[in-house]
Write a protein that binds this ligand. Structure first.
Ligand code: EPU
Length: 511
């Protein structure tokens, strides 16, 4: 196991942003990881897991533990024409592609040359040229970060969607250790009918021909991160309803699109180019001159510079097309969470929607090895600390943050689903299910299957803003994106206050 303190992450994010981690830990195998998860100091620290950082934007130094997998190895098992390949999460994805094609097998050729490691590929369901990695995943082996227990999920249990899986959820407790892929021994027909890929291939191409064509195409559109920092596509391609598509197409006759059942996927790169951003530069943050979906770091851009440019693009696309772009890239900040006090002490007095938090130092010693005693009664959460508590210690701050987050989570699970269902009934919305998580970057979201996710940090907002978020997500059960139809509906159910409430919420720190 490698442990570094105050470690530069410049080589662990393809944007090349110069940030550092308080701790950087690379574990070598399952045993190392399991030992780490049982460690008391570790279990109290805030941590994130990264691969090669090809889909991350660090907004500041990470004041916690950054974990990286050093699990390697590829093991082949053959069953008839099927090849099962069990690969360690720390192996580079493209090494898997090269290995498979070199054996004369087929499958992953369209996913050639995508940067990043196997674990991250399975988290974000990487995709290109009409292929997605989920098409080749048989099962995913994980370890639970809190209990250290190992599990294997069949691909069907991973909730795979476009650039999404259960492992991408903010509060997912799982660390991927291995991925088992299934490839074919036979060289079946390659998938080549995607965009310009077809133009660039011989008749009856082999998987290796396809790999070469894909590499040529990728090189022509995505800069090499070692020369120009970037994270591939910055935004996801938005999906719009047939009504919205017809409306946009009437104004822009040559709009490119892909049909997706009854809906339409529009290339975000096209929307961004139409807004005049291709090749645009704002300081050292820029839009790539050959693919408008790729944001680049021309040298010394900070994560905040890139995020500001992204925000400017989102606003412009929104006002021109009434489509709100969603970043594919994950923003990482080491803040404790919106509205959460940065430092806890005896002066802390925090009023939440359901309780008030106060911290007291006990006059008498607590039980052996007991640092805190917690009681939540009649809306008052008292955290009693042992007399020798030193609030300057990092570990104490982490523990207090964890206590607050756990209580917020329990309270949110008790209160938010009831309130959501009450509002849904009042305004005639139907949703499938609701879940509470500890997301720090989003108050809520609504999936295509109408499952509403809510952050427990909502309880730090005043009542009228909590209702605004719940209604916002409920409106997404009818209007998938932030088009004019969506805002009209949200305005209706908030008595004409949607824009005012949105502005008020923005001051609170999350979107
Ligand atoms: N387009 C423009 N202007 C631009 C860029 C694109 O008009 O500056 C339009 C063109 O009509 C073009 C279409 O958008 O034909 C599609 O562009 P492209 O083939 O480059 O693909 P994309 O939709 O922008 C997606 C993936 C890429 C993947 C390619 C190829 C997403 C968010 N991105 O990009 O994935 O390599 O398809 O399959 O789905 C990544 O996720 O990091 C990534 C690079």
């Amino acid at each position: 196991m490698l442990i570094h303190e105050n470690y530069s992450l410049r080589h662990y994010n393809t944007f090349g942003i110069d940030v550092s981690a308080r701790w950087f830990i690379e574990y070598a195998d399952d045993e190392d990881l399991s030992r780490l998860l049982r460690d008391e100091y570790f279990s109290h620290c805030k941590s994130i897991h990264i691969g090669k950082g090809s889909n991350l934007l660090f907004l500041k130094n990470y004041d916690g533990i950054v974990l990286h997998s050093g699990i390697g190895g590829m093991k082949v098992r053959e069953e008839g024409d099927d090849i099962f390949l069990r690969v360690g999460a720390g192996i580079l994805w493209d090494d898997v592609v090269i290995f498979v094609l070199k054996q004369g097998w087929s499958g992953p050729e369209n996913l050639s040359f995508i940067p990043g490691e196997v674990g991250a590929a399975a988290v974000q369901n990487i995709g290109a040229y009409a292929s997605e990695v989920k098409d080749f995943i048989h099962s995913v082996e994980v370890m639970d970060k809190y209990t250290g227990h190992g599990y294997a999920f069949a691909a069907s249990e991973c909730n795979y969607e476009y650039r999404y899986s259960r492992f991408k959820e903010d509060n997912s407790p799982f660390i991927i250790t291995h991925v088992v892929f299934r490839f074919s021994r036979n060289q079946g027909r390659c998938v080549t009918d995607y965009g310009r890929l077809y133009d660039d291939l011989p008749d009856c191409p082999t998987p290796l021909d396809v790999r070469e064509a894909v590499i040529r195409l990728r090189r022509s559109k995505i800069p090499d991160p070692s020369e120009l920092g970037n994270a591939g596509s910055f935004f996801m391609n938005p999906v719009v309803s047939p009504q919205q598509f017809v409306e946009i197409q009437s104004r822009f006759k040559d709009i490119p699109y892909y049909s997706l059942g009854e809906q339409y996927k529009i290339p975000a790169g096209w929307l961004i180019e139409q807004c005049g951003f291709k090749g645009f530069r704002q300081g050292d943050a820029g839009v790539y001159e050959r693919q408008a979906l790729v944001l680049v770091n021309h040298g010394k851009a900070t994560g905040a510079d890139i995020a500001r440019l992204a925000e400017r693009i989102v606003e412009k696309v929104q006002s021109r097309f009434a489509i709100r772009l969603t970043p594919e890239v994950k923003y990482i900040s080491a803040v404790a969470g919106p509205l959460v006090p940065k430092i806890f002490s005896e002066e802390t007095d925090l009023q939440t929607f359901s309780f008030r938090l106060v911290i007291r130092r006990s006059d008498t010693p607590l039980r052996l090895r007991e640092h805190f005693r917690i009681s939540l009664r009649e809306g008052l959460l008292v955290v009693l600390c042992s007399p020798d508590t030193c609030f300057e210690e990092r570990a104490i701050q982490w523990q207090l943050q964890t206590i607050l987050r756990n209580v917020l989570r329990d309270e949110a699970k008790r209160l938010l689903p009831v309130r959501l269902s009450m509002l849904a009934e009042r305004h005639g919305f139907i949703y499938e299910d609701s879940k509470v998580n500890s997301a720090r970057t989003r108050w809520g979201s609504c999936s295509g299957r109408k499952v509403i996710n809510l952050s427990c940090f909502l309880l730090l907002l005043p009542e009228h803003l909590i209702d605004y978020i719940l209604l916002h997500e409920l409106c997404h059960t009818k209007e998938m994106n932030h088009g004019t139809g969506f805002w009209r509906l949200l305005d209706e159910v908030t008595n004409g206050s949607a824009h005012r409430l949105r502005k008020e919420l923005k001051m609170k720190g999350m979107q």
